[in-house]
Design a protein around this ligand. Structure first.
Ligand code: GLN
Length: 550
């Protein structure tokens, strides 16, 4: 029988509900359960694909091409299981399905209402996820209890306990326990109010996780237990942690997973915890011996969540070489200026991540040039690879006017162009390449050596591609197209020999980095950055420098 854990939040947003849910997922997985997760988002967008990353954070891409909420990135990094589109539901997607069914006549003339039609649709999505073989499905409800738009989701999960059976459902509620400096106390009142709000919707939480700056004292736990009617063991203190990877261990110490198991009728003693792999990660997080400075040049650098997976992937690679990585966020629009060029030269490595649209593009191209000319390790991700190509065309092939047709429709050297344009297709609908695509790497190339294989699969999210018409020109001048789609038509990787590290990929490798399994391309960049920081000749293919990840 599949078990379900529903995680709701109260008092305030940004409490780390996604990280709490992910940490619980890791703990349950470490007890030997098969875990899957999903996020229910109360906004009206059908998916986050069209949302501004500067406001909403990155769009996390799943293998099957789902454009999903960034919390799915936390889920994948913590439970280390690939998720799919099915793991993200929004009000918009629920309503568009319900309305499509209504138009098709599926409701047989009934009045279509929030209850039961919308709630049934929500429950059906949760149930479908539960049929895929997981022992436990963890469902995070976005937003905060008390929000207007969250009500259908809360009602659905309330009904779920009746549908799935009492022992198969556990409600975890996350709240804020603020510290008031003038009175020198942590306060429980907001928690009481938020539990009251949840109860007014028919849900009595089984576990209350209290977010606070420091661990809350036992007396406070007793008070919350009494007033919110949960056992004292079910009041879990979750204080600010030095690293997000500490959270599972902290929650384990507080007994979160034990309590959840008991609520679900799973005997914790029969499923002992084996956290040694996670403990190794945490050990590495706290035992770094050097600091590396990696610059990220992008459009949304004032909102680092816009590059969340890139940031985590840099960290993972850093941990693997014993380095703490400090990311310097550089506004692409300002990079061509002298100050930023100097700043770039002082960095140990740079990344130009993915992005859309023209803003800041010349700054990214300038960064690619500075990195190439100054032998600064550079990793180009998606748009970051495209700017490497444009820069190389302009300054090494003499194609001064080279550009991507995304930015200039009149360029005389469209080195990056729509697939459709390259193939003279006029219908541009559905031209976004989304999700996992295989690539074949050239034997002996830098990327093949980093990956340790010549067949790889990475996730994509883009419309434009390297224009194959220019391929031989690039190769003759030294930019190698070192990986392509299996049919050889699409260029997936480019690299420069004779540079400390100058590698670009059309895909988004950041989505597949894990804390205990850094992504080979990020590891390559970070190792070259270590070499630069140490001021020695970098040899990224040196056997003792490259430790090829699986
Ligand atoms: N805007 C570029 C394209 O659509 C790159 C997209 C990206 O970086 N994800 O091809």
């Amino acid at each position: 029988m599949t078990k379900y854990v529903f995680v709701t939040g109260g008092v305030s947003s940004s409490l780390g509900k996604g990280l709490t849910a992910s940490s619980l997922g890791r703990l349950l997985k470490s007890r030997g359960f098969k875990v899957t997760m999903c996020k229910l988002d109360p906004y009206l967008n059908v998916d986050p694909g069209t949302m501004n990353p500067g406001e909403h954070g990155e769009v996390f891409v799943t293998d099957d091409g789902g454009e999903t909420d960034l919390d799915l990135g936390h889920y994948e990094r913590f439970i280390d299981e690939p998720l799919s589109k099915m793991s993200n539901t929004t009000t918009g997607s629920v309503y568009s399905n319900v309305i499509a069914k209504e138009r098709r006549g599926d409701y047989l003339g009934k009045t279509v209402q929030v209850i039961p039609h919308v709630t049934d649709e929500i429950k059906e999505r949760i149930r479908r996820l539960g049929t895929l073989g997981a022992d436990v499905v963890i469902v995070e409800i976005g937003g905060t209890v008390g929000d207007i738009e969250i009500v259908p989701f809360i009602e659905s999960i309330r009904q779920y306990r009746r549908d799935a059976g009492r022992d198969n459902v556990c409600y975890v509620h996350l709240t804020l326990v603020p510290y008031l400096a003038p009175s020198g106390e942590h306060k429980t009142k907001p928690t009481q109010h938020s539990v009251t709000e949840l109860r007014s919707r028919g849900i009595q939480p089984d576990v209350i996780v209290c977010r606070s700056d420091q661990a809350i004292p036992d007396a406070l736990k007793r008070k919350i237990s009494l007033l919110c009617d949960v056992p004292i063991d079910a009041v879990i203190s979750c204080a600010d942690a030095p690293s997000i990877y500490d959270i599972p261990l902290n929650l384990m110490d507080e007994g979160l997973d034990t309590m959840v198991c008991r609520t679900l009728g799973l005997d914790p003693d029969e499923h002992p915890l084996d956290l040694h792999e996670w403990r190794e990660v945490v050990h590495r997080v706290h035992h770094t011996t050097r600091t590396l400075r990696i610059g990220v040049i992008g459009k949304y650098v004032t909102m680092p969540d816009a590059y969340l997976s890139v940031n985590e992937a840099i960290r993972h690679a850093g941990y693997a070489v014993g380095a703490r990585t400090e990311v310097e966020w550089l506004e692409a629009e300002r990079v061509p200026s002298e100050i930023d060029a100097d700043r770039l030269r002082q960095l140990d490595g740079v990344i130009v991540p993915g992005g859309f649209g023209e803003r800041g593009i010349e700054g990214m191209i300038a960064a690619a040039r500075i990195a190439r000319e100054n032998d600064i390790p550079y990793l180009g991700i998606c748009l970051g690879m495209q700017v490497m190509v444009v820069e190389f065309a302009r300054h090494c092939l003499g194609l001064r006017d080279a550009h991507s047709t995304e930015m200039s429709l009149t360029t005389t050297a469209p080195v990056i162009a729509l697939m459709a344009e390259q193939m003279n297709i006029t219908d541009l609908g559905g031209t976004m390449r989304l999700g996992a695509c295989p690539a074949m790497l050239d034997e002996g190339s830098i990327v093949a050596n980093l990956y340790g294989t010549t067949v790889v699969s990475e996730r994509h999210r883009h419309r434009y591609e390297f224009n194959s018409r220019y391929r031989s020109q690039f190769e003759e001048a030294g930019m190698r197209c070192s990986g392509t789609s299996p049919d050889g038509r699409l260029v997936e990787f480019v690299e420069l020999a004779g540079h400390s590290f100058y590698v670009g990929t059309q895909a988004h490798p950041e989505f597949k980095s894990r804390p205990d399994r850094p992504h080979p391309l990020f590891l390559g960049l970070v190792k070259a950055a270590v070499a630069r920081a140490e001021g020695r000749e970098p040899h990224i293919l040196d056997p003792d420098v490259v430790d090829v990840a699986p």
